[in-house]
Design a protein around this ligand. Structure first.
Ligand code: FPP
Ligand code: MG
Length: 333
């Protein structure tokens, strides 16, 4: 069954990326609900709470459209898309536990509602369900890709944790962190879609590169918006990264730019974060123009993503992915 926008049983409030893609989002939504229907008790509550909290379903859309660039839509492709979204959902539950976050997307987090122990298990359940789906579909190569990707994401999260309150001016370390924790899953979404549709190996690499650079841009924009975004739209307060000691691209650019901020390096190493620094840092960030520079770096990644897309067959799916790239660029502008 394909649910329509109004009779969706989870009652999502979604921002549609492209109204023409409405049926794909709904199809994914109904298959996500279907996938979780054998859950029970608290686990079921956690799963449906996470599902209801919404999200743009970017990753499953990437699986579907990356696949359909090279082959036909199929049940296997949709199930691979569902599996990727379940892994994303699991990772957010665990990320909120690691970050001790009370709210995500303006909704209480799983651990705020059910406690850490149950939230860990809810995340594990989703994660295991995702791999069961890939195994049931006999999607061996996508399963390998996803297992490797989850390991990479864990590595990225650990690096982020050990880098907290460490004012590194080492951009490589920042890139390593965001590549692993965020871009790897977006890259994998595109790779898995292309693999399910049996794209030739070089085409798989091309669309995976598209995903990698889209994913890097996605995280850098998130990091920019932590300094200047709308709190209601983001569903979390500004300066969350900074106050948790996660030093992201804008701050690294600021520290690199001038010796005037040497004193800030020292201050940023102090735990807990000194809240009186916020207006000073906000002002410095605005006056220095580092957000514009971070935006330029984002656009550079999006341009590399576009170059890769141009090597793929010209089709409605390619246009969808181009449009998604443009929308992402507009998000930080
Ligand atoms: C959110 O990013 C979190 C991630 C991108 C990845 C989290 C990954 C893990 C917890 C490891 C993998 C675990 C499983 C179960 C698959 P963010 O913290 O930058 O953004 P936020 O502000 O939305 O929290
Ligand atoms: Mg987080």
């Amino acid at each position: 069954m394909v649910y329509t926008r109004n009779d969706s049983p989870t009652g999502f409030q979604r921002t549609l990326i492209n109204p023409e893609e409405f049926n794909y989002i709904d199809l994914i939504e109904s298959k996500l609900i279907e996938a979780l229907k054998d859950s029970r008790g608290i686990i079921r509550k956690i799963c449906y709470h996470i599902l209801r909290a919404g999200g743009k379903r970017v990753r499953p859309l990437l699986v579907c459209h990356s696949g359909m660039l090279f082959g036909e839509a199929s049940e296997e492709l949709f199930q691979a898309a569902v599996s990727v979204e379940l892994i994303h959902m699991a990772s957010l539950i665990h990320d909120d536990i690691i970050d001790e976050t009370e709210f995500r997307r303006n909704q209480p987090t799983a651990q705020a509602l059910w406690g850490v122990q149950h939230a860990v298990l809810g995340g594990d359940y989703l994660f295991a369900k995702a791999f069961r789906i890939l195994a049931d579909q006999k999607l061996v190569e996508p399963l390998e890709v996803m297992a490797h990707t989850v390991q990479t994401m864990c590595q990225g999260e650990i690096e982020q944790d050990s880098d907290q309150f460490q004012p590194l001016t080492d951009f490589d370390r920042y890139y390593s962190r965001i590549t692993q924790k965020t871009a790897s899953l977006i890259e994998a979404s595109c790779r898995v879609g292309a693999l399910v549709c049996q794209a030739p190996p070089d085409a798989v690499e091309t669309i995976a590169q598209f995903g990698l650079h889209l994913g890097l841009a996605y995280q850098i924009i998130d990091d920019i918006l932590d300094f200047c975004g709308d709190e209601i739209y983001m569903g979390k307060p500004k300066f969350t990264d900074l106050t948790k000691g996660n030093l992201t691209l804008p701050i690294l650019l600021l520290l690199e730019r001038s010796s005037e901020y040497e004193w800030l390096k020292e201050k940023l190493q102090e735990r807990p974060f000194d809240q009186t620094l916020l207006p000073i840092i906000e002002n410095a960030i605005r006056q220095s123009g580092v957000l514009k520079e971070a935006y330029r770096i984002t656009v550079n990644h999006l341009d590399i993503a576009r170059q890769n897309l141009r090597q793929c067959p010209n089709s409605p799916e390619r246009r969808f992915l181009e449009e998604l790239t443009d929308k992402l660029q507009a998000r930080a502008n």
